[in-house]
Design a protein. Structure first.
Length: 339
């Protein structure tokens, strides 16, 4: 009962934030010309960005929740334990390979990982998969190679830095993060999700269970996607590209600016390389790598989803580690491989 009340309170707070964002947006759009909100150019930009983000992310959310439901129903704890090596380094390497086999975008990664942790996947392995899965896969490598076809070192630097950061962060999580990082949910309280422990369950019942879990995950993750897309659209509408460029002229500051841009834009990892390529003449190559690695690992809409699934302390630790390693790694690349 307590968990159900906490979940309802969380939902109420989220919808209250959405309502507040709507009121603020309406005020800003009509500040200069009250009564002309429908014809406001800023509103048109907001709608374009908001809808495009939803359309871009929705297929991956659907893939993620469907994979999550299949894992919940068909994959047992014994299968997870057999698949993941006990040695931390081998486990992390296995997680990196999973990204190649299951090319899930960061939008669908969180619900799938939650199920894997509940099934017995070690936290450090799951952490590695969350970080490296959206980057170290064939689709992202191909899109990055295509965007920087004249500079192949950009694609290899992106993959290499993502793998190295995920490896180091996974080892740190293995050493220092103890206990279960997941938040308890209403489904945990009621004991849902044990279908995989009963292999003789009728096939039709399993299909119904898959659909039920997928629908539940979709609505749980979807509301955070809507909130994140709304906030990102507001930021993009009112922060000009010229302002960002003026702040990112130095080597050290440009990496920081591009990481912040990657966090705010929350682009899909399969398409962000083409956005980065448009900044090629303005920002350094190291800062573009920072954008391409940091954004998929940690962005606004993904952060909201992680906060809904993981405990705040774990998310803060993970965010700090990602920031430090990506920033340091991109600076090193700037003065070595990419100079």
């Amino acid at each position: 009962m307590a968990v159900t009340k906490k979940t309802n309170k969380s939902n109420a707070n989220l919808f209250a934030l959405l309502f507040l964002l709507g009121i603020v947006s309406l005020y800003v759009f009509t500040y200069e010309s009250p009564g002309s909100v429908l014809s406001s150019p800023k509103l048109q930009v907001f709608k374009t960005v908001f809808i495009s983000m939803i359309i871009e992310a929705m297929p991956f959310i659907l893939i993620g929740v469907f994979v999550s439901a299949l894992l919940q129903v068909y994959v047992s704890e014994q299968m997870i334990r057999k698949m993941i090596p006990r040695h931390p380094v081998l486990g992390i390497l296995t997680a990196s390979v999973l990204g190649i086999i299951f090319p899930i975008c960061e939008c669908g990664m969180v619900p799938a990982i939650r199920k894997l942790i509940r099934k017995g996947m070690p936290v450090h392995v799951a952490t590695t998969f969350i970080l490296v899965g959206p980057i170290l896969n064939p689709v992202v490598f191909w899109s990055t190679w295509t965007a920087f076809r004249n500079r192949p070192e950009m694609a290899f630097s992106r993959m290499g830095l993502a793998f190295l950061c995920a490896l180091l962060i996974g080892l740190i999580v293995y050493r220092f993060a103890k206990g279960n990082p997941l938040r308890q949910t209403a489904s945990d309280l009621h004991g849902h999700g044990h279908e995989a422990d009963h292999p003789h369950t009728h096939a039709s019942n399993k299909v119904v269970s898959v659909m039920g879990h997928a629908i539940e995950e979709f609505f749980e993750m979807g509301k955070y996607l809507l909130f994140g897309a709304c906030l990102v659209a507001i930021l993009i509408t009112f922060i000009s590209q010229e302002s960002l460029v003026s702040l990112g002229q130095g080597t050290w500051s440009s990496n920081f600016i591009m990481m912040g841009l990657g966090f705010l834009l929350s682009l899909c990892s399969t398409s962000d390389a083409f956005v980065a390529q448009s900044f090629m003449t303005t920002f350094s190559k190291g800062s573009l790598i920072a954008f391409l690695v940091f954004g998929p690992m940690l962005n606004l809409k993904g952060l909201l989803m992680m906060l809904a699934v993981f405990k705040t302390k774990f998310v803060v630790l993970l965010s700090l580690l990602v920031f430090v390693f990506v920033y340091a790694g991109s600076i090193i690349l700037e003065f070595t491989v990419l100079k």
